[in-house]
Write a protein that binds this ligand. Sequence first.
Ligand SMILES: [Zn+2]
Length: 152
Amino acid sequence: MAYIGGQPEPGCLFCRVLADPAKDEENFVLFRPAGALVMLNRFPYNSGHLLIAPIRHTGELAELAADEVGALMSALQRMLTILGEVVTPDGFNLGANLGRTAGAGIPDHVHFHVVPRWNGDTNFMPVLAETKVINEHLMATAAKLRAALAAG
Ligand SMILES: [Zn+2]
């Protein structure tokens, strides 16, 4: 897959983003609840495609403690509500790819994908092939979701 918006940086994406709150805007971070990180996927399958990761750097979901799982699930529930209000999907796909073989792009740091789905939708990446269009789209989606989060 061609990387959009520059070369991939070394190290773990989530740890890099977590360590640099000053760049939340450009990293499309939406929400930093206790114990979790919520950001838009730069390579979205659909509008509002989120990544939700625990703070701890581990690729093993089974290694997370109950409070860490609780924080992840709470963030996930909150974002389902927010996405439901803001992008009004007909359904969601939720999932985690555990291990490179299973399709994980970042196998060393567990994360869930939340993908809003609409009746009859198709992967919109071929439609929004231009980097500029995708970035503008992501910025607009991030702004709407941040506003909804701020409103409670
Ligand atoms: Zn990490």
